[in-house]
Design a protein around this ligand. Sequence first.
Ligand code: ADP
Length: 524
Amino acid sequence: MSRRFEKVLIANRGEIAVRVQRALRELDIASVAIYSEADREALHVRLADEAYCVGPPPSGSSYLQGERIVELASRIGVDAIHPGYGFLSENARFAERCEQAGIVFIGPSSRAISIMGSKIESRRLMREAGVPVVPGGIEPLADLEEARAASEEIGFPVMLKASAGGGGKGMRLVGSSADLEKAYRAATSEAQSSFGDASVYVEKYVERPRHVEIQVLGDQHGKVVSLGERECSLQRRHQKVVEEAPSPAVSADLRRRMGAAAVRAAEAVDYTSAGTVEFLVAAGGDSPAAGGDSRAGGAEFYFLEMNTRLQVEHPVTELVTGVDLVVAQIEIAQGERLDPGLEGLQPHGHAIEVRLYAEDPYHGFTPSPGRIRALRLPEGPGVRNDCGIEAGSEVTIHYDPMLAKLIVWGKDRPEALRRLRRALGELRVEGIRTTAPLYLGLLEDEDFLAGRLDIGMLDRKLAAGGLRRSPGEDEARRETVSIVGAALAHAKARRRAAQRAAGPLAARRRWRRAGRQESVRGEG
Ligand code: ADP
């Protein structure tokens, strides 16, 4: 039943394309890259065994051209396609097209993608499967009056969400009854324009929750396992920026219960491959930092959605479990059985990932495209770089600004935090701005250091002008330079005073010396 792939096409770019290539190479499978005209010189192209241009720079004309990519794959004799994340990874039609063309889609079935891609359908199915969902409706709202009745029953604040939703589109927080009408109109019209489906439903707004997600793997023989959680509460405008495993605020008991719920969720759609079940964990529940106890406090967690693909933050799970998730995806797609040893696996040590975006964190996160003049990646114990760039790479505005991920491992969270600080100190990216300084600021934040996290924390701190790093390595070095500079200036002033005292002859000598220095500087 199992077959071995000889050639796999990676329908993606950047760091994730490089990551998948690494797994393929270790498995002795040839890798095929695709690229847009803007990525001709990109790292993922140069590292591939074969590479094909699929269109002009905009992703809609290249990386999202599913039909063209499947045709190319058929023509060059590819066994399977790995979609990475983003782009075509959660596109049920693309998975179906691969299946029709006799090419294995390295991911779950198109049916699982399509059910989990619908917020309302997945909520309904999860309820049936006994997975806790955020309290609220499982039917689209017919009109504003129905929205009002449902919201009052749940109790404000509530969230309106597009039934077909995703990417935060058609989602509105409604604080009180007075705000409902405006929010309802905005959500339905945004849902219509984004998904061609105006329907929305309402659910309880969970205040100051944490985002904790469970990594699962399912094989084609009906086996699903949980590989533990990732803490992803550090988000900027609902976009994750720092992730860790295990969560500093999940007990072994909560891990077991969330893991079991995630396995039920995956089993409900006959899930195969790697997937992630995202949960909101209510504030004050299981967090040791909050002084709670899961049994006494009854920590509540609610199913948010299932991502039917590899996640950006998968490396933190890899580092604490020792499982190569991309290799696992490929083996599962080849029909192999999951290793029975994965059942009940406990995390070993602690891993933290920071995402390096080409953005200026202290100027409104404005994009910072340009050429990378020089790059020094941190090395040493417990450091991993998943990187899609190198010195000379051109960062364009066509694609996601995430360039690389820096991941550290330590025997416990304090060691991982120390390593992260040390590694960020070694990192140098010249030519563009990145979000790295933000993480140095975060490493001085007491709440972060204590693991007191919730999904709004980063935005609140940024809005208050926080997370600016105090003089760190860079500044310290610059300060050293300026101390030396001050000493030199002082010596020069003393020399001048002595020369003035020595009279006109000394002054002429000084002019000549200055002239020589000028010409030397001119050559430099
Ligand atoms: P999308 O799929 O559109 O990104 P999600 O349902 O995954 O939307 O929600 C995105 C983010 O919005 C979550 O990570 C969380 O931060 C916040 N969120 C969503 N639903 C709720 C809720 N009911 N209560 C509080 N926050 C929520």
